[in-house]
Design a protein around this ligand. Structure first.
Ligand code: FAD
Length: 317
């Protein structure tokens, strides 16, 4: 059976949870081959945990300059891997980088691109939430191999003990004139919190939080539940919280087990990034706020009264 290629998301030492979700999704289509793009030695470090999560092959595309350039090494490696393994499909996480890598790859391969999949079946039919969440559609690629971005949180990672066959791909040298070079890396100021797209719980604040200091109540609730902090675009644009935490159409797409929206009205562009969350709790002082219609648990009240009570209750358990 041809391989289903999975692009591994990693920090050089650990595999991100979204990759294990991709491996679970890929197993529905065939045998997953995990492609590790990184500096020499990375695939050897990550191979065991990839095999444990269902990879039947690990492809190492390593070079000293892999971490020096944005996106190009991943696109080059995927293109090479598709051609060398005659892969039947490519799965990439629907993160900011993953979306761009997938789009560039599909253009290079003249292949069909399906974005933001929340489900897929063995015949390659993908379920997507489109037009800002207004419609659920099922789509299938009819030209070339499918390149699919998968929304983090949509699949349950599963362990499949086994070994993976290792292979090495020789990456072509990056053309600096056609690539963006990384000049500096700074860690996001998330402290010990889980990453936004990886977290089982996300607590987000909106314009109703009314200022950067107001986000303390959001952070306290997130910390009590071991969750990540998110923000609406209005809160980000107003400077209450950094941009990398924005949830929505032009921010991160999340699908946690629990999403708590504090002082967020529920504009369609926000819903587009979080409405596939398994359980949604919304706190809003306006009983007409659209998010209350979507929420599984709607609390009409002042977030500054409700959120601290929730935090105390959770912390007491
Ligand atoms: P508001 O709509 O102003 O809502 C604030 C809410 O807080 C209100 O419902 C109010 O009743 C409530 N509130 C106020 N005080 C309290 C209190 N003390 N206690 C409880 N509730 C209170 N938005 C995103 O979020 N993500 C995106 O990715 C995104 N992308 C966009 C892309 C485009 C092309 C466009 C045009 C817009 C995009 N937007 C996005 C913006 C979106 O349309 C909304 O403007 C935004 O989501 C509103 O944010 P908000 O809910 O925080 O603010």
């Amino acid at each position: 059976m041809p391989d289903v290629l999975v692009l591994v998301d990693h920090d050089g030492h650990h595999v991100n949870k979204s990759t294990y979700e991709l491996l679970a999704a890929a197993r529905r289509l065939g045998d997953p081959a995990a492609l590790v793009v990184g500096t020499p030695g990375t695939a050897a470090r990550l191979g065991e945990s990839l095999a444990r999560h269902g990879a039947t092959g690990v492809l190492a595309a390593e070079s000293a300059e892999a971490a020096e350039f944005l996106l190009t090494p991943a696109v080059d490696a995927l293109e090479l891997a598709v051609r060398e393994t005659a892969a039947s499909a490519v799965l990439v996480s629907a993160t900011t980088d993953g979306r761009e890598v997938a789009a560039r790859l599909a253009a290079r391969l003249d292949a069909g691109l399906l974005i933001d999949a929340v489900d897929l079946d063995a015949s390659g039919v993908v379920t997507q939430i489109v037009f800002g969440g207004s419609y659920t559609v099922r789509s299938q690629v009819t030209h070339g191999i499918p390149v699919i971005t998968v929304r983090p949180g949509s699949f349950e990672p599963a362990e499949h003990p086994g070994t993976a066959v290792e292979r090495t791909l020789t990456l072509p040298a990056v053309d600096p004139a056609a690539s963006a070079r990384v000049t500096d890396r700074r860690a996001a100021p998330a402290g010990d919190r889980p990453g936004l797209t990886e977290a089982a719980v996300v607590v987000s604040g909106g314009r109703g939080v009314a200022g950067a200091e107001g986000f303390e109540v959001v952070e306290e609730l997130a910390d009590a539940m071991g969750g990540a902090v998110g923000a609406s675009r209005a809160a980000v644009d107003a400077g209450y919280y950094p941009h990398q935490f924005q949830v929505g159409q032009t921010g991160a797409s999340v699908s946690p087990r629990l999403y708590v929206a504090l002082g967020i009205s529920g504009a369609i562009q926000h819903l587009a990034g979080m409405q596939t969350s398994k359980t949604i709790v919304a706190v809003n002082k306006d009983p007409e706020a659209p998010i209350l219609d979507l929420a599984d648990y709607a609390v009409v009240g002042d977030l500054f009264a409700v959120a601290p009570q929730l935090t105390r209750e959770v912390a007491a358990r």
